[in-house]
Design a protein around this ligand. Sequence first.
Ligand SMILES: NC(=O)c1ccc[n+]([C@@H]2O[C@H](COP(=O)([O-])OP(=O)(O)OC[C@H]3O[C@@H](n4cnc5c(N)ncnc54)[C@H](OP(=O)(O)O)[C@@H]3O)[C@@H](O)[C@H]2O)c1
Length: 264
Amino acid sequence: MDLGLSGKVAVVTGGSSGIGLAAARIFLEEGASVAICGRSEDRLSGAERRLGDAHGADRVLAAACDVLEPGRVAAFRDRVAERFGRADILIANAGQARRGGLADLGDDEWRAELDLKFFSVLNPVRAFLKPLEDAAPSAIVCTNALLARRPEPWLAATSAARAGALNLAKTMSRDFAPRGIRVNSILIGLVDSGQWNRRHAGGEGGGKSKQAWFAELARERGIPLGRLGEADEAARVMVFLASPAASYLTGETIEVAGGQGHHV
Ligand SMILES: NC(=O)c1ccc[n+]([C@@H]2O[C@H](COP(=O)([O-])OP(=O)(O)OC[C@H]3O[C@@H](n4cnc5c(N)ncnc54)[C@H](OP(=O)(O)O)[C@@H]3O)[C@@H](O)[C@H]2O)c1
Protein backbone atom coordinates (compact mmCIF):
# COMPACT_ATOMS: atom_id res chain seq x y z
CA MET A 1 0.00 0.00 0.00
CA ASP A 2 1.33 3.43 -0.90
CA LEU A 3 1.02 5.67 2.17
CA GLY A 4 1.14 8.77 -0.02
CA LEU A 5 3.98 10.39 1.93
CA SER A 6 6.34 11.17 -0.93
CA GLY A 7 7.25 14.87 -0.93
CA LYS A 8 5.56 15.56 2.42
CA VAL A 9 7.29 17.21 5.37
CA ALA A 10 6.92 15.57 8.79
CA VAL A 11 7.85 17.34 12.03
CA VAL A 12 8.64 14.93 14.87
CA THR A 13 9.12 16.29 18.39
CA GLY A 14 11.31 13.97 20.43
CA GLY A 15 12.67 12.65 17.13
CA SER A 16 16.19 12.11 18.45
CA SER A 17 15.53 8.79 20.22
CA GLY A 18 13.25 5.78 20.56
CA ILE A 19 9.83 5.87 18.95
CA GLY A 20 10.22 9.38 17.48
CA LEU A 21 13.54 8.49 15.85
CA ALA A 22 12.02 5.30 14.41
CA ALA A 23 9.13 7.35 13.00
CA ALA A 24 11.54 9.85 11.44
CA ARG A 25 13.40 6.99 9.73
CA ILE A 26 10.18 5.46 8.39
CA PHE A 27 8.94 8.84 7.08
CA LEU A 28 12.24 9.16 5.18
CA GLU A 29 11.92 5.61 3.81
CA GLU A 30 8.45 6.57 2.58
CA GLY A 31 9.80 9.58 0.68
CA ALA A 32 9.03 12.40 3.13
CA SER A 33 11.47 14.93 4.56
CA VAL A 34 11.72 15.24 8.33
CA ALA A 35 12.41 17.86 10.99
CA ILE A 36 13.23 16.49 14.43
CA CYS A 37 13.77 18.19 17.75
CA GLY A 38 14.92 17.27 21.25
CA ARG A 39 16.82 18.93 24.07
CA SER A 40 20.15 17.09 24.05
CA GLU A 41 22.42 18.37 21.27
CA ASP A 42 24.48 15.17 21.38
CA ARG A 43 21.52 12.89 20.90
CA LEU A 44 20.16 15.13 18.15
CA SER A 45 23.37 15.36 16.17
CA GLY A 46 23.81 11.57 16.32
CA ALA A 47 20.27 11.08 15.02
CA GLU A 48 20.69 13.74 12.33
CA ARG A 49 23.90 12.08 11.12
CA ARG A 50 22.40 8.59 10.98
CA LEU A 51 19.23 9.74 9.22
CA GLY A 52 21.10 12.04 6.82
CA ASP A 53 23.70 9.39 5.91
CA ALA A 54 20.98 6.90 5.02
CA HIS A 55 18.52 9.21 3.27
CA GLY A 56 20.29 12.45 2.29
CA ALA A 57 21.20 15.35 4.57
CA ASP A 58 19.02 17.72 2.53
CA ARG A 59 15.90 15.84 3.70
CA VAL A 60 16.73 16.04 7.42
CA LEU A 61 16.59 19.04 9.77
CA ALA A 62 17.48 18.67 13.46
CA ALA A 63 17.02 21.50 15.94
CA ALA A 64 17.64 21.67 19.69
CA CYS A 65 14.34 22.70 21.21
CA ASP A 66 12.58 22.13 24.51
CA VAL A 67 8.92 21.80 23.59
CA LEU A 68 7.99 23.44 26.90
CA GLU A 69 9.49 26.74 25.70
CA PRO A 70 7.10 28.39 23.22
CA GLY A 71 9.76 30.75 21.88
CA ARG A 72 12.08 27.83 21.01
CA VAL A 73 9.21 25.95 19.37
CA ALA A 74 8.36 29.03 17.25
CA ALA A 75 12.02 29.29 16.22
CA PHE A 76 11.96 25.58 15.26
CA ARG A 77 8.84 26.22 13.16
CA ASP A 78 10.64 29.10 11.41
CA ARG A 79 13.63 26.89 10.61
CA VAL A 80 11.30 24.24 9.15
CA ALA A 81 9.66 26.91 6.98
CA GLU A 82 13.03 28.23 5.85
CA ARG A 83 14.37 24.78 4.95
CA PHE A 84 11.32 23.00 3.56
CA GLY A 85 8.71 25.73 2.96
CA ARG A 86 5.89 23.63 4.41
CA ALA A 87 4.79 21.24 7.17
CA ASP A 88 2.24 18.52 6.40
CA ILE A 89 2.53 16.41 9.55
CA LEU A 90 3.18 17.10 13.23
CA ILE A 91 4.03 14.19 15.51
CA ALA A 92 3.70 15.44 19.11
CA ASN A 93 5.84 12.77 20.69
CA ALA A 94 8.37 14.42 23.04
CA GLY A 95 8.15 13.38 26.67
CA GLN A 96 8.76 10.83 29.37
CA ALA A 97 6.96 9.32 32.36
CA ARG A 98 7.23 10.39 36.00
CA ARG A 99 7.25 7.56 38.50
CA GLY A 100 5.42 8.09 41.78
CA GLY A 101 2.18 7.33 43.58
CA LEU A 102 -0.23 9.63 45.43
CA ALA A 103 1.83 9.37 48.61
CA ASP A 104 5.13 10.24 46.89
CA LEU A 105 4.40 13.14 44.58
CA GLY A 106 4.42 16.73 45.80
CA ASP A 107 2.53 19.63 44.23
CA ASP A 108 5.53 20.76 42.19
CA GLU A 109 5.91 17.28 40.70
CA TRP A 110 2.22 17.13 39.85
CA ARG A 111 2.40 20.55 38.20
CA ALA A 112 5.54 19.62 36.26
CA GLU A 113 3.90 16.46 34.94
CA LEU A 114 0.66 18.20 33.95
CA ASP A 115 2.74 20.92 32.30
CA LEU A 116 4.77 18.39 30.32
CA LYS A 117 1.85 16.32 29.11
CA PHE A 118 -0.32 19.30 28.06
CA PHE A 119 2.22 21.82 26.82
CA SER A 120 4.36 19.26 24.97
CA VAL A 121 1.30 19.04 22.73
CA LEU A 122 -0.11 22.57 22.95
CA ASN A 123 3.11 24.47 22.20
CA PRO A 124 3.96 22.58 18.96
CA VAL A 125 0.32 22.54 17.86
CA ARG A 126 0.00 26.30 18.34
CA ALA A 127 3.29 26.95 16.54
CA PHE A 128 2.59 24.68 13.55
CA LEU A 129 -1.15 25.27 13.16
CA LYS A 130 -0.84 27.82 10.36
CA PRO A 131 1.62 25.76 8.26
CA LEU A 132 -0.53 22.65 8.79
CA GLU A 133 -3.61 24.59 7.72
CA ASP A 134 -1.78 25.90 4.65
CA ALA A 135 -0.74 22.33 3.75
CA ALA A 136 -4.18 20.77 4.35
CA PRO A 137 -5.12 17.98 4.14
CA SER A 138 -2.62 17.52 6.95
CA ALA A 139 -2.33 15.56 10.19
CA ILE A 140 -1.29 15.62 13.83
CA VAL A 141 -0.49 12.44 15.75
CA CYS A 142 -0.14 12.58 19.53
CA THR A 143 1.93 9.97 21.32
CA ASN A 144 -0.01 8.98 24.40
CA ALA A 145 0.00 5.98 26.72
CA LEU A 146 -2.33 3.13 27.61
CA LEU A 147 -2.23 4.75 31.07
CA ALA A 148 -4.78 7.28 29.74
CA ARG A 149 -7.36 4.49 29.90
CA ARG A 150 -5.73 2.18 32.41
CA PRO A 151 -4.15 4.21 35.22
CA GLU A 152 -1.38 2.68 37.34
CA PRO A 153 -1.01 3.66 41.03
CA TRP A 154 2.79 4.04 40.74
CA LEU A 155 2.34 6.48 37.84
CA ALA A 156 -0.45 8.57 39.36
CA ALA A 157 0.36 11.96 37.83
CA THR A 158 1.39 10.55 34.46
CA SER A 159 -1.83 8.49 34.24
CA ALA A 160 -4.06 11.48 35.09
CA ALA A 161 -2.18 13.78 32.71
CA ARG A 162 -2.35 11.19 29.92
CA ALA A 163 -6.15 10.96 30.32
CA GLY A 164 -6.37 14.74 29.99
CA ALA A 165 -4.17 14.73 26.91
CA LEU A 166 -6.42 12.14 25.28
CA ASN A 167 -9.39 14.41 25.92
CA LEU A 168 -7.43 17.33 24.44
CA ALA A 169 -6.67 15.35 21.27
CA LYS A 170 -10.39 14.69 20.79
CA THR A 171 -11.15 18.40 21.17
CA MET A 172 -8.45 19.27 18.64
CA SER A 173 -9.79 16.71 16.17
CA ARG A 174 -13.22 18.34 16.25
CA ASP A 175 -11.87 21.89 16.18
CA PHE A 176 -9.40 21.31 13.34
CA ALA A 177 -11.43 19.00 11.08
CA PRO A 178 -13.06 21.89 9.17
CA ARG A 179 -9.54 23.21 8.46
CA GLY A 180 -8.51 19.89 6.92
CA ILE A 181 -6.27 18.79 9.81
CA ARG A 182 -6.81 15.30 11.23
CA VAL A 183 -5.78 14.55 14.84
CA ASN A 184 -5.25 11.02 16.16
CA SER A 185 -3.43 9.39 19.08
CA ILE A 186 -1.50 6.23 19.70
CA LEU A 187 -1.67 4.70 23.16
CA ILE A 188 1.58 2.94 23.96
CA GLY A 189 1.88 0.15 26.49
CA LEU A 190 5.53 -0.80 27.03
CA VAL A 191 7.91 -0.21 24.16
CA ASP A 192 11.67 -0.79 24.19
CA SER A 193 13.09 2.72 23.71
CA GLY A 194 15.69 5.17 24.99
CA GLN A 195 13.89 5.71 28.28
CA TRP A 196 13.73 1.96 29.08
CA ASN A 197 17.39 1.53 28.11
CA ARG A 198 18.34 4.41 30.41
CA ARG A 199 16.31 2.89 33.24
CA HIS A 200 18.07 -0.44 32.79
CA ALA A 201 21.46 1.26 32.63
CA GLY A 202 20.50 3.17 35.81
CA GLY A 203 20.13 -0.08 37.73
CA GLU A 204 16.43 -0.89 37.45
CA GLY A 205 15.98 -4.55 36.78
CA GLY A 206 18.15 -5.55 39.74
CA GLY A 207 21.23 -6.52 37.72
CA LYS A 208 19.33 -8.78 35.28
CA SER A 209 20.15 -8.57 31.59
CA LYS A 210 17.92 -6.22 29.63
CA GLN A 211 16.25 -9.21 27.91
CA ALA A 212 15.54 -10.96 31.23
CA TRP A 213 14.19 -7.77 32.81
CA PHE A 214 11.96 -7.02 29.81
CA ALA A 215 10.61 -10.60 29.86
CA GLU A 216 9.84 -10.20 33.55
CA LEU A 217 8.11 -6.85 32.93
CA ALA A 218 5.97 -8.41 30.21
CA ARG A 219 4.93 -11.23 32.59
CA GLU A 220 4.24 -8.87 35.51
CA ARG A 221 2.17 -6.47 33.38
CA GLY A 222 0.22 -9.33 31.78
CA ILE A 223 1.04 -8.43 28.17
CA PRO A 224 -0.77 -11.10 26.10
CA LEU A 225 1.83 -11.03 23.30
CA GLY A 226 4.41 -11.83 25.99
CA ARG A 227 7.01 -9.15 25.27
CA LEU A 228 7.64 -5.42 25.10
CA GLY A 229 7.04 -3.71 21.77
CA GLU A 230 9.80 -2.45 19.49
CA ALA A 231 10.09 1.26 18.68
CA ASP A 232 9.39 0.46 15.02
CA GLU A 233 6.13 -1.28 15.91
CA ALA A 234 4.83 1.93 17.51
CA ALA A 235 6.34 4.19 14.85
CA ARG A 236 4.70 2.32 11.96
CA VAL A 237 1.25 2.95 13.44
CA MET A 238 2.14 6.59 14.00
CA VAL A 239 3.29 7.00 10.40
CA PHE A 240 0.15 5.31 9.08
CA LEU A 241 -2.13 7.61 11.12
CA ALA A 242 -0.21 10.64 9.85
CA SER A 243 -0.35 9.54 6.22
CA PRO A 244 -2.96 10.21 3.53
CA ALA A 245 -3.71 6.46 3.72
CA ALA A 246 -5.59 7.24 6.97
CA SER A 247 -7.55 10.08 5.35
CA TYR A 248 -10.92 9.24 6.96
CA LEU A 249 -9.59 8.80 10.50
CA THR A 250 -9.73 11.62 13.00
CA GLY A 251 -10.28 11.75 16.76
CA GLU A 252 -9.23 8.08 16.93
CA THR A 253 -6.85 6.17 19.15
CA ILE A 254 -4.91 3.03 18.34
CA GLU A 255 -3.44 1.02 21.20
CA VAL A 256 0.05 -0.30 20.52
CA ALA A 257 0.32 -2.43 23.62
CA GLY A 258 0.53 -6.10 22.67
CA GLY A 259 -3.06 -6.62 23.84
CA GLN A 260 -2.45 -5.16 27.30
CA GLY A 261 -5.61 -3.02 27.23
CA HIS A 262 -8.29 -5.39 28.60
CA HIS A 263 -11.30 -3.22 27.80
CA VAL A 264 -13.53 -3.83 24.77
N1 LIG B 1 8.43 3.53 25.65
C1 LIG B 1 7.32 3.34 26.34
O1 LIG B 1 7.10 2.27 26.92
C2 LIG B 1 6.29 4.46 26.40
C3 LIG B 1 5.07 4.19 27.02
C4 LIG B 1 4.10 5.17 27.05
C5 LIG B 1 4.37 6.41 26.46
N2 LIG B 1 5.57 6.65 25.90
C6 LIG B 1 5.81 7.98 25.33
O2 LIG B 1 6.38 7.87 24.04
C7 LIG B 1 7.10 9.08 23.73
C8 LIG B 1 8.44 8.73 23.17
O3 LIG B 1 9.25 8.18 24.19
P1 LIG B 1 10.27 6.96 23.98
O4 LIG B 1 9.72 5.81 24.74
O5 LIG B 1 10.60 6.83 22.55
O6 LIG B 1 11.51 7.51 24.86
P2 LIG B 1 12.90 8.14 24.44
O7 LIG B 1 13.68 7.19 23.62
O8 LIG B 1 13.46 8.62 25.73
O9 LIG B 1 12.53 9.40 23.53
C9 LIG B 1 11.97 10.57 24.08
C10 LIG B 1 12.27 11.71 23.13
O10 LIG B 1 11.63 12.91 23.61
C11 LIG B 1 12.60 13.94 23.73
N3 LIG B 1 12.15 14.87 24.77
C12 LIG B 1 11.81 14.60 26.04
N4 LIG B 1 11.42 15.72 26.66
C13 LIG B 1 11.51 16.72 25.75
C14 LIG B 1 11.25 18.11 25.78
N5 LIG B 1 10.80 18.73 26.89
N6 LIG B 1 11.44 18.84 24.66
C15 LIG B 1 11.89 18.24 23.52
N7 LIG B 1 12.15 16.93 23.44
C16 LIG B 1 11.98 16.18 24.54
C17 LIG B 1 13.90 13.20 24.03
O11 LIG B 1 15.06 13.95 23.74
P3 LIG B 1 15.81 14.81 24.90
O12 LIG B 1 15.73 14.01 26.17
O13 LIG B 1 17.18 15.02 24.38
O14 LIG B 1 15.03 16.08 25.00
C18 LIG B 1 13.75 12.03 23.05
O15 LIG B 1 14.07 12.45 21.74
C19 LIG B 1 7.17 9.87 25.07
O16 LIG B 1 6.18 10.88 25.07
C20 LIG B 1 6.85 8.81 26.10
O17 LIG B 1 6.33 9.33 27.31
C21 LIG B 1 6.53 5.70 25.84
